[in-house]
Design a protein. Structure first.
Length: 224
């Protein structure tokens, strides 16, 4: 591992989770051993389980998930975690519903999405889960500040890598690190309107409507 690479990976994961948390969505992350390393406040509210009770535990022991037919789903060899880590570029994980155990012992049905945040070694790749009540309609995504909704039909993020220009990739990397439009403009020594134009272009190419969605899509596609 190159010097500082581990720290950069941790920073990338922290920034990703911070952006999701600021959107108000419940999210947690687990390491290569499927132990929970991050559990945000929205997760605490949704499941009634404080972070201090779940950090360091295996995901399956916290969620105790069963599929919609009542069959045991969460176990040591998590199939969707493997899919997210090793197969996502060709076979991305689709959102799915799961009945999980809340802090009061009740069962709650959640809609779950997950994606991997790559590490320097595949076995250490973190997997981020986002959760919402299954009956809840998705909240309109946070609109990119000052950016209009991009026109055109969405395309798969996994086909978008080749479509992005080098500058769009650079801007996307800055977004993944949590930089604002003014900060990106300063870092790249360009005008803010130029940054906004690059953001509009990459949103359109990724088929998403917000900078948060772009970062998540980029992680899923392995672009950043």
């Amino acid at each position: 591992m190159a010097p500082g690479q581990g720290g950069a990976i941790v920073e990338l994961l922290e920034n990703t989770l911070d952006r999701i948390s600021r959107s108000g969505e419940a999210a947690f992350a687990m390491d290569g051993g499927n132990r929970i390393t991050h559990w945000n406040k929205a997760c605490e509210r949704l499941l009634g389980k404080p972070a201090r009770q779940v950090l360091g535990k295996h995901c399956q022991d916290v969620l105790c998930g069963r599929d919609v037919n009542g069959n045991l789903y969460c176990h040591t060899s998590c199939p969707v975690a493997h899919q997210a880590r090793a197969l996502a570029k060709d076979d991305p994980v689709n959102p799915f519903e799961l009945d999980v155990t809340a802090g009061d012992g009740s069962r709650r049905r959640l809609s779950i999405s997950l994606f991997a945040v790559p590490s320097y070694h595949p076995a250490l790749t973190a997997v981020v889960h986002t959760l919402r009540p299954a009956a809840e309609k998705p909240v309109a995504p946070e609109r990119a500040e000052e950016d209009p909704q991009p026109p055109g039909n969405p395309i798969s993020a996994f086909n978008a890598a080749a479509a992005l220009t080098a500058r769009e990739r650079e801007v996307l990397g800055c977004l993944a690190r949590g930089l604002s439009t003014p900060a990106i403009a300063q870092k790249l020594s360009v005008a803010r309107v130029t940054v906004r134009n690059h953001i509009q272009g990459l949103l359109q190419k990724l088929g998403v409507h917000s900078k948060l969605e772009a970062v998540v899509a980029a992680h899923r596609a392995g672009i950043v």
